[in-house]
Design a protein around this ligand. Structure first.
Ligand SMILES: C[S@@+](CC[C@H](N)C(=O)[O-])C[C@H]1O[C@@H](n2cnc3c(N)ncnc32)[C@H](O)[C@@H]1O
Length: 329
């Protein structure tokens, strides 16, 4: 009997998360934030009302993400409504990484849903990072793995002499970044293109070049499944953009560390789990390990800023440059 219950739970969770993903995809996020009648939601989801109803009850029962009132109105749970971070986490983790979480070993993400999650954050400039970067007086910026291009857009809004190129290897992200660049009337200064990090290293773009600043925010953390990959990527970028200051902005993991076990933050540990389930690997848990990556990649760290202001999450920003190769006389 116990096994049947567990199976029931697993199917329920899978169904619940899949439904949340489907609802997000169908653009129901805003409707859910306000609360909407079940019938309306079923129609928007293009689902048979009785199937939608059954799925909804599973979702309410097992995921705790959605609540149903006695009038048949469906809404996001109070805890999701009350916090931007919680909403973003739901979109990102349950939407984009839903397939990975419910089926461990699946390494692809729903990139359309990931772009949707980033849309929710699109207008929120990472202010600490932007003010740190503004101190570096960037002019021509290359933002790699740009997502919605939050850094370049924020710098360009703040300073009209900033221009640059934002690239991502995901077409959904590029579409989102382009849309926001247009919306903010920045398209005369910002170009957005589809390109992978290694493509950029092999064939540097000419638009806006030469770059004085290269931004890699939350990009290297996706390359930790294979031990030497972050070193390979960073060294490729550093040797291509030797004149640029390279800005690396990441978080420290906690999963599997004694600090994480004793006093880990839910945010960091859930991020860590997603990293593992989605096949991205676990980034370092301490700054010394990042320094070891820099030495192996042949870059020198010029500055570091650590930010622990966000509930239990340690984020940091390092400025590195390519080391000149020493020639023995
Ligand atoms: C976690 S998101 C961060 C997005 C953005 N940098 C930000 O700070 O909001 C990682 C982004 O890197 C992109 N990405 C991952 N690997 C890449 C690669 N090899 N080349 C280009 N983009 C990549 C993904 O498509 C995704 O948009």
């Amino acid at each position: 009997m116990e096994n049947i219950d567990e199976l029931d739970m697993a199917i329920g969770r899978y169904f619940a998360f899949a439904l949340v993903g489907r609802m997000l995809e169908a653009g129901l996020y805003d409707a859910l934030s306000r609360g909407a009648p079940k019938k309306e939601l079923a129609a928007t989801c293009n689902m048979e009302p009785h199937i939608f109803d059954a799925a909804l009850h599973y979702t309410v029962r097992y995921s705790g993400l959605i609540q149903l009132d006695s009038y048949g109105q469906v809404a996001l749970s109070d805890f999701l409504k009350s916090s931007d971070t919680a909403r973003f986490r739901m979109l990102k983790f349950l939407g984009a990484y839903n397939a990975c979480v419910t089926r461990p070993g699946v390494s692809n993400t729903e990139t359309g849903l990931l772009a949707l999650a980033y849309r929710q954050l699109a207008r929120r400039a990472p202010s600490q990072l932007v003010s740190l970067l503004a101190e570096l007086r960037p002019r021509n910026v290359l933002e790699i793995g740009c997502g919605s291009a939050p850094v370049l857009r924020a710098l360009a809004v703040q300073d009209t002499s900033v221009s640059g190129l934002a690239v991502d290897n995901d077409v959904n992200m590029v579409a989102l970044a382009r849309e926001l660049v247009l919306e903010q009337r920045l398209s005369d200064r910002i170009t957005v293109s589809v390109a992978s990090l290694l493509q950029l290293a092999k064939c540097p773009p000419t638009a806006h070049a030469p770059f004085d600043t290269v931004v890699l925010r939350s990009v290297l953390n996706g390359s930790f499944a294979e031990g030497t990959e972050p070193v390979r990527l960073l060294s490729a970028i550093a040797s291509t953009y030797q004149e640029a200051q390279i800005v690396i902005s990441e978080y420290l993991s906690q999963l599997g560390t004694s600090a994480g076990a004793a006093n880990g933050s839910v945010q960091t540990l859930s991020h860590d789990l997603i990293q593992v389930f989605s096949g991205q690997g676990l980034p370092p848990a301490n700054l010394k390990d990042w320094d070891a990556i820099y030495s192996a990649a042949g870059v020198r760290r010029l500055a570091r800023r650590v930010d622990r202001s966000l509930a239990g999450i340690t984020q940091f920003t390092d400025i590195v440059v390519a080391q000149p190769v020493e020639v023995n006389a």
